[in-house]
Write a protein that binds this ligand. Sequence first.
Ligand code: CAA
Length: 418
Amino acid sequence: MSRRVFIASGANTTFIGKGHPDFIWKKHPDFGKRENPTLRELLTEAVNAAAAAINADLSLVDRGYIGNFVAELFVNQGHLGAALAGVHPALAHKPTMRVEGACASGGLAMICGVDALRAGSDVVLVTGVEVQTTQSARVGGDYLARAADYERQRPLDDFTFPALFARRMRAYREAYGVSEADIGLAAVKAYKNANKNPKAHMVARQMSLAEASAASDFNPNFLGNAELAPYLKVSDCSQVSDGASAMILASEEGLKKLGVRLEDSVEILGFGHSTDSLYVDGDLTVFNNTADAARKAYAAAGVRPEDVQVAEVHDCFTVAELLMVEALGFAERGGAAALYRDGVVDIDGRLPVNTGGGLVGFGHPVGATGVKQAVEIFRQMRGQCGAYQVPSAPRIGLSANMGGDDKTSVVTLYKSLA
Ligand code: CAA
């Protein structure tokens, strides 16, 4: 029997970037007077907020993990284990390390934390952070392309990942007769949920179905690759965001040390982790690697897809959310759009998905995302989500974090103990 693992606390910073009212750029009234938060500031804020929420003494931390993809490129900073050890005096000399798996870096940091607890640690700090707004979206597109098979896939487009998912969008829509408006429903939900979430990058940007269903000057088909361009608009894309997330994981003994009651925590029932070859692309109409991670996660947790009552899934692009919904067993292949048309995945639906806006609405600071997803499940189960709180007090939750084009997948199942 492996040891039980619990989330004792979790916190996210605001995710900001272009389009967020507080983001400093040349037309912002504070331009020249104030700077956007640094990686160090974001990480410190998230760790302190997670600790403050339960009055945690950080000297109790046995190990620390930090998920991050490419801080070396965006902010000229590597060696992030030492950055984590530097955010609070109590963390100095703790064993901390950075974990990297592209956009699944945060999910991998979390499962490292789970493994450490199962191996005997009692309190583990799991964090994720990314700062990306130091560069234009076009330069960022090149940096993020390092999560693809760079030599083979970089020539697709300056915006390599958007192009890879435009390719999936084309394949998926053609295979199942899914319309642009069907896909637009996912964007509308993402923005509608983000509008209710004060920490979301897109808190102030509205998105109507008409706008999400056809390209316009405000929502262009922006790819340079002429064949793929018609299949992707800006509204289909996750945001280039800065942000950090942190959570404190604990064993039963750890909860006691922290002074957190079992019924105020959320149990991590199990996870599945699968990785597929960077060098080969399979069927573009399905996330086979995520489906494999999901099978492992359901088996480890003793849970079925129909038991899940709230989910955070990796919508790096709108079509990815539909492919996730199918890979996780919530819909048949090609059948996800019906869940959007029928409101099943809305905040007040039977299976709320990405209640805070997901990567499209909440934002996607890539190394933070996997941790943010777990924090969001925790917050929903603890009733902390304010205007986007699901009304049904969910007992079983799921998160699915993905690196690259379905190459690294971490699916995790959670149970509320309230
Ligand atoms: N008409 C035509 N073209 C236009 C236009 C208009 N009205 N407005 C903009 N464009 C074009 C321009 O060519 C512009 O580029 P340049 O300014 O360099 O010429 C381009 O679109 C982008 O415009 P902006 O830079 O103004 O766009 P933005 O800053 O608003 O960014 C975005 C929009 C490009 C979609 C950006 O949000 C983005 O890149 N999102 C995706 C981020 C991403 O890929 N994240 C990783 C996800 S993949 C994953 O999660 C897995 C993993 O492991 C990586």
